[in-house]
Design a protein around this ligand. Structure first.
Ligand code: HEM
Length: 431
């Protein structure tokens, strides 16, 4: 492992970190044209059709809500977009689910629109079963629901400490002062990052995510630190995830060192932008919906249902991408082997056939089969952790600061790409 991979697959959420644009209130680079749902099947032809414009990087919207920009594609039949060598776009729940679940037809290898090159492959993201399943088997026992439960007291403490740091000033930047700091503090414990290196790691992670010019250097530094830490664990194992990875086996033989580095680095990156993003969108919504905020204050036990609803309506990874392995008919489309496909998961989450009253955020929704963590072979390895963290953030914040608002003159900036995340979310409250 470790050589220069040509045209590698980079999973949807991590690909977002490479070269994604920040969107402010400027006009769109390419404005999507108005189009209509023709309602019938899709014509089989070598020239794929119907063709529509779809700007997969920029999601300009007048309310600065990229999810609302994607909603424009709701209930459309599949269509072909010619940008980035071409790709199919699917918008409905069953289509997105089948894209993720049908590993006989779809591959992760070479997927990702647009494609990127990374010097070191992301693991398990850039692989297909059966090898990918073996890679996952290293991480799965280290991130079980029971293990994540044990982190709960620490989650409460970290949230309380962060909030205490700005509560009395009556305002904060929710994204930079809370949503980004909280997950890395928790993951640092689980992972086993030495306390004295955490600030360095947090800055590297921030640089990797938010400074494109310094991204590659930051990524190499992150891998370098993980390499050193794994070497330490080889000499003396500890009770942490890095030790678990360092001493794991694949097919009954000790894991190769390069594989361990890539695997641990990918898991580290997986939670960096996704969870802060989900926290950010949830609080932006709640700031404008006092009645639902008060529900959370009065009944903190609703936080779990609220978290599921925010994952449904604002899934921070709003799309999924694969490549067709061979020619096949799929939901009315004649796919050619090698065709790239993209499923709009956030749009699928508004499918009225699957969700009752889908536009309404209902903390007490009875059935919520959202796919924010994906389904199938690449299902998120951090989902138990992420769910707990989101739920506890909602509880702790509303216990401490029940009423808050977004300042009137706020201009939102967010990035598009594979993860939809806000750059800043100013909040203010009375003190
Ligand atoms: C709200 C937070 C999160 C969301 C919405 C999310 C979403 C996702 C999605 C949609 C995938 C599949 C991507 C694809 O098919 O290309 C994925 C995979 C993955 N996630 Fe997460 N994630 C979150 C948090 C985390 C955390 C906290 C971690 C680790 C600490 C993590 C680690 C991973 C890894 C390692 C994979 C790759 C799994 C594989 O390819 O087999 N994620 N995540």
């Amino acid at each position: 492992m470790g050589g220069l991979a040509t045209d590698p697959y980079i999973c949807t959420f991590l690909s977002s970190m490479m070269g994604r644009p920040v969107i402010d209130q400027s006009p769109p680079m390419v404005k999507s044209t108005a189009f209509y749902n023709h309602g019938g099947g899709v014509v089989s032809t070598d020239v794929r059709s119907p063709v529509r414009e779809f700007d997969i990087q920029n999601y300009y919207h007048q309310d600065n809500d990229p999810f609302a920009a994607l909603r424009e594609y709701r209930d459309l039949d599949p269509f072909w977009c010619e940008a980035y060598d071409g790709f199919w776009v699917f918008t409905r729940y069953d289509e997105c689910k089948d894209i993720m679940q049908d590993t006989s037809l779809f591959s992760h290898v070479g997927a990702g629109v647009p494609k990127y090159e990374l010097e070191y492959p992301l693991m398990p993201s850039e692989f297909d079963p059966p090898y990918q399943t073996k890679l996952r088997s290293v991480i799965l026992p280290l991130m079980t629901a029971a293990k994540m439960d044990r982190l709960e007291p620490r989650m409460h403490t970290v949230c309380r400490d962060l909030i205490a740091g700005f509560k009395d000033q009556g305002h904060c930047d929710m994204v930079t002062e809370f949503a980004r700091k909280y997950p890395i503090a928790i993951f640092g414990d689980l992972f086993g990052l030495p306390v004295e290196r955490r600030e360095e790691f947090r800055i590297l992670a921030e640089t990797f995510l938010h400074d494109l010019d310094a991204q590659e250097a930051a990524w190499n530094s992150i891998r370098g630190i993980i390499k050193e830490e794994l070497e330490e664990r080889h000499k003396a194992p500890r009770d942490d995830m890095l030790s678990g990875v360092a001493h794991s086996q694949i097919d009954g033989v000790p894991i190769e060192h390069d594989v361990a580095i890539n695997l641990a680095s990918t898991v580290f990156l997986g939670g960096l932008d996704t969870l802060p993003s989900n926290i950010g969108w949830a609080f932006r919504y709640l700031a404008g919906h006092p009645e639902q905020r008060h529900q959370l204050v009065e009944k903190p036990e609703l936080a779990a249902g609220a978290a599921e609803e925010f994952l449904r309506v604002y899934p921070s990874v709003p799309k999924t991408a694969r490549v067709a392995k061979h020619d096949a008919r799929f939901h009315g489309v004649d796919l050619k082997g090698g065709d790239a496909v993209v499923g709009l998961v956030s749009v699928a989450h508004l499918d009225a056939e699957k969700f009752e009253d889908p536009e309404t955020i209902n903390f007490e929704r009875k059935s919520n089969r959202q796919m924010a963590f994906a389904v199938g072979s690449h299902r998120c390895l951090g989902s138990h952790l992420a769910r707990h963290e989101l739920e506890i953030a909602l509880q702790e914040w509303h216990a401490a600061i029940p009423d808050y608002r977004i300042p009137a003159d706020t201009k939102f900036a967010y990035h598009g790409g594979g993860v939809f995340a806000m750059e800043h979310l100013p909040l203010e409250w009375d003190v």
